[in-house]
Design a binder for this molecule. Structure first.
Ligand code: ATP
Length: 327
């Protein structure tokens, strides 16, 4: 499978009054054509900033991509001008966010917002764009499409707004859809419908999806490949089945342990002890060491590199150093 997105050694930092936050710190992974890659990790692990870096939406001047490469369909995105990037954004790469209201314009009718990218990127005239906008509203499972096109965002429910966001995102037939916690704010039934819809569009068009979530249920449901992030770094990655069946990193093991299991009533749900370290106080070490039951001396002083442990699974953990030496 061809890779559509190739992130290599990406580093995105924020300068704050208290120091530099290394939000994304030497992150590499790929998204192949037609594949769903999930980035999973606790709040603050750098998932959103990774996505924002791809979209060229990191808020400067405090935030900046300070190193690495982001190749999309063979083209280096970090070298593009703002205008060149704008042509790709919303067209070849589309993004949806957790809160659709933050991306929609409250004073523009839904139909007009759907027409915008069609006019800008697909060069449709107004009449054709309106016709396509109505079709798109139907395609995302909303009835009374004409009426909805003439509504304002505040007249629609959260689930409907997210469907509209998806309609806008897929309107120009993107090769890559980045979805940042797209269902977190929705109730479970709507969540399942939205995820099903994303999968259906992916299958119909062979687009790739980079899905950001902290919900392992969503990962199990959607992912082909999983990237686990912790404190700005990838700590483990692999095919979804291998990773769920045989998680290597103690952090991934903890995440999986904290997921409720159907038919198994647990007295108390497990939660990983401790907290994500303060991003301003990171010292060379495994950033997970203070929360890790297997912590060794080396973990406190030296950062483990991400290494292949077989079966296309990679892990950054000193527990596997001997194992990796033999791979
Ligand atoms: N504008 C900013 N200024 C300073 N630090 C920032 C800024 N935006 C993000 N960060 C920091 O970057 C790190 C990564 O944030 P990011 O939003 O990518 O995490 P996340 O994994 O997506 O979390 P969440 O699930 O809560 O969205 C965090 O430590 C965060 O505090």
């Amino acid at each position: 499978m061809n890779s559509i997105l190739d992130i290599e050694h990406l580093r995105t930092h924020f300068k704050t009054d208290d120091g530099t936050v290394r939000a994304v710190d030497d992150v590499s992974f790929q998204v192949r054509q037609g594949e769903i890659v999930c980035i999973v990790g606790e709040s603050g692990s750098g998932k959103s900033i990774t996505a924002m870096s791809v979209m060229g939406l990191v808020e400067g001047p405090a935030g900046r991509v300070v190193g690495g490469n982001i190749r999309f369909d063979g083209e280096e995105l970090l070298k593009l001008s703002r205008n060149e990037l704008r042509t790709i954004r919303g067209n070849e790469i589309a993004m949806i966010f957790q809160e659709p209201m933050t991306s929609l314009n409250p004073v523009l009718k839904i139909g007009e917002q759907l027409m915008e990218p069609l006019i800008e990127h697909r060069k449709l005239n107004k009449k054709a764009a309106r016709k396509r906008a109505i079709e798109l509203i139907n395609e995302v499972g909303i009835s009374r499409a004409e009426q909805i096109a003439d509504s304002y965002p505040h007249e629609l429910s959260g689930g409907m707004l997210q469907r509209i966001m998806i309609a806008i995102a897929i309107s120009c037939g993107p090769k890559l859809l980045i979805a940042d916690e797209p269902t977190t704010a929705l109730d479970v039934t709507i969540q399942a419908q939205i995820l099903d819809m994303l999968r259906k569009f992916k299958e119909e068009s062979n687009m790739s999806i980079l899905l950001i979530t902290h919900d392992l249920g969503v990962v199990a449901e959607m992912a082909d490949y999983v990237v686990v992030m912790y404190a700005g770094k990838v700590v483990e990655e692999g095919e979804v089945v291998a990773l769920f069946e045989n998680p290597k990193h103690p952090y991934t093991q903890g995440l999986l342990k904290s997921k409720p299991i159907i038919n198994q009533r647990q007295e108390e749900l497990y939660s990983i002890p401790g907290q994500v370290p303060n991003p301003l106080e990171l010292v060379p070490s495994c950033y997970f060491h203070e929360r890790c039951a297997h912590c060794m001396e080396i973990c406190k002083t030296t950062q483990p590199a991400l290494k292949e442990v077989g079966n296309q699974q990679k892990v950054a953990c000193w527990l596997y150093e001997e194992a990796t030496a033999n791979v």
